[in-house]
Design a binder for this molecule. Structure first.
Ligand code: NAG
Ligand code: NAG
Ligand code: NAG
Length: 526
């Protein structure tokens, strides 16, 4: 027993103390808090392991952390996406066919110009030498231009994806994305798919790749502009990624094949130590003896901008929940129409994980963002999902299939439908049971997501960026799909059949003593 304890201690020490401290540059150009929560945990985790971490982001640290430096503070340089998406904006712009062009441009190419920030320009021109960078970590989303920083600093690049890999991301590391059984994250398909679903899935995969590649092409000029004329091209930069950490997990998104260059770290953003709640909120939650409903549409979408009729339906439905109480995260509660029921508390900011971890929480009403719903899954809380765009439809559909959520259509949000949803999730204990069970499954791993990510990042620094890359990188689509082999086989079978026919015809001609043309002729006559 004692020996065992000692071994465990050794393993823990080995896992915590890094072999060597590295200098790592993290570049996160997207001004979205819901994405940054993941990078925040990752970069802080690396700093705590003793690496020297330099970060370029819109979210500088509030409390200083040793070995973590905000080398470029981008806050204020871009319009906020934080609490700045109205319902109308979501409805008009973010239909699924518009989402890819938008990611490649407004949330992609436009962000490349942040390399023009004076502090950033300085780092690009005179990178530190004391010590120099060992690695660049950046988000993989719409701004592929930043992947060129690896070649610029002559170090490997690690990409972090805040959701299941986007169609075009697979091509960066030749990751299998066979649409016969791997659902495209931007569709609402699930495996197993029938023939028509497979057709839809394949077409949406190819269209998304085509759209991204054409709409993002102009980022090539941005690379040349900010990193110099001899820089790597955009598409080369994408293929230069050494490792991709994806915020997915097979317990959630289903089994998919991954090459060694893609590592699933779903739930990495969920902090291990839960922060203490503000005193008044803690008291309100403790006092909610009949339980409470927690509602949030994340850091971007404004609930207060929903149509008046929808909000009226919501008010009526929430009122009927009493004595169950309701906590809603609303950026600007003053913009809500009057008449908020008395069992509802609104706050402009809610520490989500401790709230979802509270013993009185009964259900989470959500837009289906991956980060928030992973937190609910982690804490074992059933959900009511009202998805709006992007991967939210697929997320919620997934949770409905797992029987841990009920889905509502944001276009048809009536009082009656809301009532039914609340009655179902609050009244039927199987939702809570399924959520609890799924929580255990989601957390059951050999290593915490942050430790997995850290291990592979250090691995890439130790062994260089190329040895995780698939040999499929060297093949074309036709070659990996075996089209060339099928073609060659077909040709050789056809050729053999033809040769056999010629030989037989000739033999018959020789045996019967007549000339070949007459054999042919007699066959035709028959
Ligand atoms: C910061 O990193 C350096 C190596 O880069 C290491 O020697 C030092 O101990 C670290 N400091 C802290 C407070 O972790
Ligand atoms: C919100 O977004 C709009 C564009 O959609 C932008 O004009 C505005 O400045 C943003 N608001 C803030 C506070 O950044
Ligand atoms: C990235 O590009 C550089 C030079 O352009 C090359 O040396 C390196 O091997 C590439 N890395 C990967 C992982 O493809």
């Amino acid at each position: 027993m004692r020996m065992f304890g000692f071994n465990v201690l050794l393993v823990i020490i080995a896992a915590i103390s890094p072999g060597e401290a590295y200098r790592i540059l993290g570049v996160f150009p997207l001004n979205g808090k819901s994405h940054f929560v993941m990078f925040d945990q990752l970069m802080k985790g690396l700093a705590k392991r003793g690496h020297q971490v330099d970060v370029v982001s819109h979210f500088p640290l509030k409390k200083p952390l040793p070995n973590y430096t905000d080398v470029v503070d981008l806050s204020g340089t871009m319009p906020a996406v934080l609490n700045n998406m109205t319902y109308d904006f979501v409805k008009s712009v973010l239909t699924n066919s518009a989402v890819v062009p938008l990611l490649a441009t407004q949330f992609g190419g436009e962000l490349c110009d942040l390399m023009d920030h004076p502090r950033f320009r300085e780092i690009i021109k005179n990178p530190p030498k004391d010590p120099p960078y060992d690695l660049v970590i950046t988000e993989i989303f719409g701004s592929s231009c930043y992947l060129a920083l690896g070649q610029h600093f002559n170090v490997p690049v690690v990409g972090v994806a805040t959701c299941v890999l986007m169609p075009w991301t697979n091509d960066m590391v030749a990751n299998p994305d066979n649409p016969a059984y791997i659902p495209n994250v931007l569709s609402d398909n699930f495996a197993p798919m029938n023939f028509f679903q497979r057709v839809k899935n394949a077409l949406s995969l190819w269209k998304a790749k085509w759209d991204f590649n054409s709409y993002s092409a102009y980022q090539d000029d941005k690379i040349k502009k900010y990193l110099g004329p001899n820089s790597i091209s955009l598409r080369e930069a994408e293929r230069n990624v050494s490792l991709i950490l994806a915020n997915s997990h097979y317990s959630l998104h289903g089994v998919r094949p991954y090459t060694t260059a893609v590592v699933e770290v779903g739930g990495l953003h969920i902090p291990q130590e839960v922060d203490a709640l503000p005193k008044d909120l803690q008291k309100w939650l403790d006092d909610s003896k009949d339980g409470f409903v927690y509602m949030s549409f994340g850091s971007m979408i404004k609930i207060e901008s929903f149509p008046k009729e929808t909000l009226a339906a919501l008010y009526n439905s929430l009122k009927k929940l009493a004595p169950v109480r309701v906590l809603i995260k609303i950026a600007k509660p003053q913009e809500l129409p009057p008449g908020l029921p008395s069992n509802v508390l609104t706050l402009s900011w809610v520490p989500q994980v401790p709230v979802l971890n509270h013993k009185h929480v009964r259900v989470f009403v959500t837009h289906g963002g991956l980060m928030g719903t992973q937190e609910a899954i982690h804490c074992g809380v059933p959900m009511i999902g009202i998805p709006l765009f992007g991967d939210q439809m697929q997320n919620i559909k997934l949770y409905v299939r797992k029987k841990i959520a009920v889905a509502l259509d944001h276009d048809q949000l009536t009082e009656e439908k809301l009532d039914t949803a609340f009655r179902t999730v609050l009244g039927d204990p199987s939702y809570l049971q399924a959520a609890r069970k799924f929580s255990v499954e989601f957390r059951d791993r050999p290593m915490r997501a942050l430790d997995t990510a850290t291990f592979w990042i250090e691995y890439v620094i130790r062994h260089g960026g190329t040895n995780l890359k698939s040999p499929a990188m060297e093949l074309t689509w036709g070659q990996t799909s075996l089209l060339d082999i099928y073609g060659a086989l077909f040709l050789s079978v056809a050729l053999s059949a033809y040769l056999v026919k010629v030989i037989i015809t000739t033999l018959i001609a020789i045996v019967t003593g007549s000339d070949i043309s007459s054999v042919k002729h007699s066959k035709k006559v028959k």
